[in-house]
Design a protein around this ligand. Sequence first.
Ligand code: NAP
Length: 339
Amino acid sequence: MSAALPASGREWHLVARPHGWPKAEDFALREAPVTAPGEGRVLVRNLYFSVDPYMRGRMNDVKSYTPPFKLDHPMDGGAVGEVIASNAEGFAVGDHVLHGLGWREYAEVPAERAVKVDESLAPLSAYLGVLGMTGLTAYAGLFEVASFKEGDAVFVSGAAGAVGSQVGQMARIKGASRVIGSAGSDEKVRLLVEEYGFDAAFNYHDGPVVEQLRAAAPDGIDVYFDNVGGEHLEAAISSLNLHGRVTVCGMIAQYNATEPPPGPRNLALVIGKRLRIQGMLVNDHAALQPQFVQEVAGWLASGELKYRETFVEGIENGFDAFLGLLRGENTGKMIVSLA
Ligand SMILES: NC(=O)c1ccc[n+]([C@@H]2O[C@H](COP(=O)([O-])OP(=O)(O)OC[C@H]3O[C@@H](n4cnc5c(N)ncnc54)[C@H](OP(=O)(O)O)[C@@H]3O)[C@@H](O)[C@H]2O)c1
C-alpha cells in the first residue's frame, strides 16, 4: 500500500440515453471520492483510455452482447494506467496495467481483471490499439473469420481507422493480390496508399461506393472486411468474386440512425456467388492473443506494420473525443490521454 492518495477524481457518467447523435447534455463529468483499494484490488491512475464505436451501442437501453451503460454511473472501457496503491499479490506501485475501467481518472480494479503491460516493449497506448483490442479484431477478423489466404484481393472500409488500417496492412504482409481501402478524406486516402502500402484507396464522399470500388478492383474482391455497413456492404456484395467472404465487424454508418436502415438490395447475389457473410466479436477470439501479439510485435519491430494514434488531451475532453471518433476526426486509434 502507499500513502497520500488523492481525495477524489473525475469520471464520465451517462446521464441520458442519446437519440441519434450523442449530445453533450447526455453526459456529465463528475467528481467521485478515491478510496484505498480493497482486498485483492489495485488502485490505478489512468494514463490513457479508449473511446470505441461499440460504446455508442452501450448508450442505448437494449439487450445486446454487452450490457448498456447504467445512467448516472461511470462509463467503462479499455484503459491503461499506473498502479498507485496495491492490496493484491503480484502487483506493486509503479506497475502499468491494462484494464476495463476507463472514462475516469482513478480506477479501483480487481487484480484478476488487470493485466500487466510492459512499457519497454511498446508505448503504453499501443495496448489499447495495435497490440490491443482493435489489433486483435483486425487479426482475428481477417485470418480466422474471413479465412484469408495468399492471393486474395481484400477490400476494407473504415480503412484509416484503428481496425481497418491494420486489416489492410496485415493482408498486404500475408500476400494479398490486391488491397483496397475506403476512407472519409483525401488525406486518409493518401496515407493508405503512400504509408500503408494499399494498392488502391478512395474517398467514399467522392461518389457512389459501387462505382469507386469497381474501378479500384477491376478483377473483383475475394474478401470484404466491413467496418461500415450500408452502401459499402452493398457495393462489396456486387464486387465479390465466387466464394467470396465477408467479415461483418462493424456498421458504424448506422450507429446513430433513428430509423432502421435499408438492407443491401443485392443480397440475392449471395446465392449464385456462394458468398459467406459472417459476423464477429473480438471476445470470441481470445485464444489467438499469444499468436497475435507475437506476430504483430515482430511486424512492428521490422517496420512492416505501421500505425497511427489520435490523442485527445484531458479527461474533460472525453466526450469530444468520442464524438470525434464517430465523425471521423481520428486517424488510427482514438485515445484520451491523461498522462
Ligand atoms: N466486432 C468486434 O468485435 C469489433 C471490435 C472493434 C471494432 N469493431 C467495429 O469496427 C469498426 C471500426 O472500429 P475502430 O475502433 O477501428 O474505429 P475507427 O475506424 O478507428 O474509427 C471510426 C471511423 O469510422 C469512420 N466512419 C464514421 N462514420 C462513417 C460512415 N457513416 N461511413 C463510413 N465511415 C464512417 C470514420 O472514418 P472516416 O473518416 O473514414 O469516415 C471514423 O474514423 C466499427 O464499426 C466498430 O464498431 C468491432
